[in-house]
Write a protein that binds this ligand. Structure first.
Ligand code: PMP
Length: 353
């Protein structure tokens, strides 16, 4: 540890991402990426942009925000783009929370929130998920704190209905409610219809999942104009140019080819349904996920052992050795072919093939 590192940073937890083996023939069902490459239109757009890399990118992401606002029926000043939704979430932490302004969130959720909080000294108020892993929306009513949850939640895939989110937002009028809709395109219900009514609602989204652009690092968020302006204020002080030319071009092209995204989402939903049935038939307990992943508990062996055995067979899935969830695996939904390969591997491991 460098002696120059400030004391306050020395105990920062490390985010442990899923393994990133590439090109080794691994089937990657561990990082909730899309198994489909970006649309051909994206490739073309990025290719064109390369010749302009000598010029700085548009810090306001004007064309991209226009494309997004057009698709979702908003005005461009209700949209901000960022370097992955992670950047926008971090900016939201910076903008709305600090040592004396905590954030209320589920105890089992997306792991990076913990790191944002640790690096900014933001206390987290963790609300325990119910026994069935669902969020009890009543835990967030009138808390008078910034509220944050993914909808659907990760790694469970369970979602809150719009009416319950509306109650959370309405009951905390002096605080921002951040709904992370990273996985909403796979059958979830967006809370976009609530935005007009509530100036304290921030909806964060990403191109990483349904739009096949995880490696481009592109996220976006929707809110009323003032809240977006607040995020721009903090962003402009940190990294004005955080969304590269190539990411902007990729995003614009991906929005223009929305049919490609919709078709891929349908394929993922179909493969998710197949996987849920298949795992249940193999004796797993499987939550009804609305994400591009399932959260599943094997009964024939421990989840950790099964993850190891699958890795030996070239299939990567996610396992956390953590209280309450160590019996579960989070399995990203890939192509139908990949899910059938998973099925065959599990049958072999269970000695059923
Ligand atoms: N929110 C949730 C719930 C996630 O699972 C992820 C990525 N795994 C993100 C946000 C961040 O996505 P990105 O930074 O790639 O947009």
């Amino acid at each position: 540890m460098s002696r120059f590192l400030l004391e306050k940073h020395r105990n920062l937890p490390a985010y442990v991402p899923g393994d990133h083996e590439e090109g080794d023939g691994f089937i990657r069902l561990n990082t909730n990426e899309s198994p489909f490459p970006p649309s051909p239109a994206v490739r073309e757009a990025v290719d064109k942009e390369i010749g302009r890399l000598n010029y700085y990118n548009d810090p306001d992401c004007t064309a991209l925000r226009q494309a997004l606002s057009g698709l979702y029926g908003l005005s461009p000043n209700q949209v901000i783009a960022g370097n992955g939704s992670d950047e926008l979430l971090y900016l939201a932490f910076m903008a709305f929370a600090d040592g004396t302004h905590p954030i209320a969130l589920p105890d089992i959720t997306y792991g990076y929130y913990d790191l944002f909080a640790a690096s900014l000294g933001v206390p987290l108020v963790r609300k325990t998920l119910r026994e069935d892993f669902s969020i009890d929306y009543r835990d967030y009513l009138g808390v008078g704190q910034t509220v944050l949850f993914p909808n659907p939640n990760a790694p469970t895939g369970l979602a809150l209905p719009l009416e319950q989110i509306a109650e959370i937002v309405a009951s905390n009028p002096e605080n921002v409610v951040i709904v992370d809709e990273a996985y909403v395109d796979f059958g979830g219900e967006t809370c976009l219809p609530l935005m007009k009514q509530y100036p304290n609602l921030l909806i964060v989204r990403t191109f990483s999942k349904s739009r096949s652009l995880a490696g481009a690092r592109l996220g976006y968020a929707f809110a009323q104009r003032e809240l977006i302006a607040a995020l721009n204020t903090v962003r402009n002080a940190v990294n004005l140019y955080s969304v590269s030319r190539m990411a902007q071009a990729a995003g614009i092209a991906a929005i223009a080819d929305n049919d490609y995204t919709l078709a891929n989402c349908r394929k993922i939903i179909e493969a998710r349904d197949y996987t849920t049935r298949m795992l249940r038939a193999l004796g797993f307990e499987v939550l009804d996920s609305l994400g591009n992943f399932v959260f599943a508990k094997p009964r024939a062996m421990s989840a950790g052992t099964l993850a190891e055995r699958l890795r030996e067979r070239g299939i990567l899935v996610r396992h956390w050795d953590r209280e309450r969830i160590r019996d579960y695996l989070r399995i990203t939904i890939g192509t139908m072919q990949e899910m059938q390969a998973l099925e065959a591997a599990i049958e072999m491991i269970f000695g059923r093939a």
